[in-house]
Design a protein around this ligand. Structure first.
Ligand SMILES: [Zn+2]
Ligand SMILES: [Zn+2]
Length: 284
């Protein structure tokens, strides 16, 4: 799309070219502007970081030239991730359900190939995102599939591209269709959300946790942090809070934020023993 047409669509003044700039470090797309924003608020927050060579911006069109999305099975669910990896490198998950698919978490790159592939799998009824680090280009995904974006209202101030497609929900849980539930875990972010998918793990139930519950390298374990890149831990009380939020739900598997970062089975016990280990630290 030419900048001229883009500026018409974005409703800007004649002659003024605006773009939705994308932060190269966190992958979040900003509201249309004539110049790149001065700073990325998400990266300047102590949970993230500005790249060592300074703030850099890119555009979705440029990203499309050098990257592709891969769709593949990841432990019984369809993952969508970008290659080569971009920004934080998370992959989205397409939860396929009888009454409509849910896109869990989001990635910045969206292109015609991806849209066609997802449509073949039944499209997207709604998009739900665990926390602001994965807000990415959620508005573009929403428009491609005519699907609302469900975000917890406690994190509203981190939305860099406000749009009518975003529906904020409040409180501790939000019921979706086919028994799925959004659960506010908190911790890493005040509105940090996990999805309970009862049909997951062959009917034993699964949690899709982003990094609200972080699957560790030893995938029998999980952990919890206020900031992962800057190693800022959560308090024991906050860890208890995350665990208590998901305790009423049946699950045997936890899907983390990156390819293959999943607790494949016995995940509820893994969550409890991980919380106990965390609170015992330092290990003596
Ligand atoms: Zn950023
Ligand atoms: Zn995060």
């Amino acid at each position: 799309m030419s900048h001229w047409i883009a500026s018409l669509i974005h409703g800007s003044h004649w002659g003024e070219v605006t773009n939705c700039y994308v932060c190269a470090a966190c992958g979040v797309q900003c509201a249309p502007s004539a110049e790149p924003p001065a700073r990325c608020v998400i990266c300047e927050d102590e949970r993230q970081y500005v790249g060592w060579s300074g703030q850099r911006w890119t555009l979705l069109d440029d990203l499309r030239m050098e990257h592709r999305n891969q769709l593949r099975d990841d432990c019984g669910i369809t993952g969508i991730g970008t290659e080569p990896s971009f920004a934080i490198g998370q992959r989205a998950l397409l939860v396929r359900a009888p009454h409509g698919n849910l896109l869990w978490d989001c990635i910045t790159l969206i292109d015609d190939e991806t849209i066609e592939a997802v449509r073949k799998l039944g499209g997207v009824r709604a998009i739900a995102i665990s926390h602001p680090h994965y807000y990415s280009s959620m508005v573009e995904w929403s428009r491609a599939f005519d699907a609302p974006v469900l975000l917890h209202s406690a994190d509203q101030r981190w939305v860099m591209r406000p749009d009518a497609c975003i529906e904020f929900w409040g409180g501790e849980t939000k019921s979706l269709w086919d028994g799925m539930t959004l659960i506010r875990g908190g911790g890493h972010f005040e509105g940090g959300t996990v999805l309970h998918w009862p049909a997951g793990a062959e009917g034993r139930g699964a949690l899709l946790s982003g990094d609200i519950i972080q699957v560790a390298q030893d995938r029998r374990w999980v952990s919890f942090m206020y900031s992962f890149p800057n190693y800022i831990p959560l308090s024991a009380a906050e860890v208890d809070r995350v665990v208590a939020a998901v305790q009423p739900f049946e699950f045997d598997r936890i899907y983390g934020a990156w390819w293959d970062r999943n607790v494949a089975s016995d995940a509820k016990n893994a969550l409890h023993r991980s919380a106990r280990r965390y609170k015992r630290a330092p290990v003596s």
